[in-house]
Design a protein around this ligand. Structure first.
Ligand code: ADP
Ligand code: MG
Ligand code: MG
Length: 251
């Protein structure tokens, strides 16, 4: 079943009007895992941010349909409530706010939007506790201030915990593997796999074959200069790893 359909999507930087996305096409069905690879500066993160409605960018053409609805007409909050999730790009430290309070607030904001009663601290604790196992986090982690002194691996696992708490039908993970050692990567990948169900879909942006060996993609896309120039299976990532992007030049 169709989940997301992006057609000829173009976008510019809002401030400078510089074109970044130049006709992106992508179709994602329920249960599929898509990976986007591509050189630095090819527009991968911009694509992800345009999908979640980041205000730095302006859509200048094309369409995005998510669950049958026009995604581009929704504000970022509505997109999130509709089931779209993106890992926070550069998670900020929030002094004086514990991780569990932060997650509780985010989850309650979601519940209010859905017309559900908010969860108090004790109920929320009951909700989040079993999810800690998915990301292999100790309970003490929840009492630390948001991102304060988190290691790279802890930050990434915290992003996956956010995903587990908020729930999403379509999760965009932008370089979730960056800066992780192999063990931390395996943990994060295991957490993502633990969240996957036959109805959920993931879009992963990555530079490395390593991640794709842990989270097996249905399709791999290569982005170049603001559009997807190739789509294929894992063999694309293997060619890239061996020969670099020159081996996959735009036709
Ligand atoms: P990737 O994630 O593939 O490395 P990005 O989408 O981050 O690429 O960036 C694509 C291009 O757009 C880069 O040249 C980047 O510098 C530029 N760009 C993206 N966002 C902004 C912004 N908010 N302001 C200025 N330039 C930007
Ligand atoms: Mg980059
Ligand atoms: Mg990027």
């Amino acid at each position: 079943k169709l989940l997301l359909e992006v057609k000829d999507l173009s976008a510019v930087i809002a401030e400078s009007k510089q074109p970044i996305l130049k006709g992106v096409n992508l179709t994602v069905c329920e249960g599929e895992i898509h990976a986007i690879m591509g050189k630095n500066g090819s527009g991968k993160s911009t694509f992800a941010k345009v999908l979640v409605g980041h205000p730095d960018y302006e859509v200048t053409g094309g369409s995005v349909v998510f669950k049958g609805e026009n995604l581009l007409e929704m504000d970022p909050e509505e997109r999130s409530v509709a089931g779209l999730f993106m890992s926070f790009q550069s998670p900020v430290e929030i002094p004086g706010v514990s991780n569990i309070d932060f997650l509780n607030m985010a989850y309650n904001a979601r519940r209010r939007k859905l017309g559900l009663p908010e969860l108090g601290p004790i109920e929320f604790y009951g909700y989040i506790s079993p999810k800690l196992d998915i990301v292999n986090m100790k309970i003490e982690f929840l009492n630390r201030n948001v991102n304060e002194g988190f290691s790279g691996g802890e930050r990434k696992r915290n992003e996956i915990l956010q995903l587990a708490v908020l729930g999403a039908d379509f999760a965009i993970l932008d370089e979730i593997d960056s800066g992780l050692d192999v063990d931390a990567l395996r943990d994060v990948a295991k957490a993502v796999n633990g969240l996957l169900t036959p109805k959920k879909s993931v879009l992963m942006i990555t530079h490395y074959l390593r991640l794709l060996e842990f989270i097996k993609p249905t399709y791999i896309h290569v982005m170049e200069d603001g559009s997807i120039i190739r789509t294929g299976d894992i063999s694309i990532a293997k060619v890239l790893e061996k020969e670099g992007y020159k081996a996959i030049a735009a036709a």
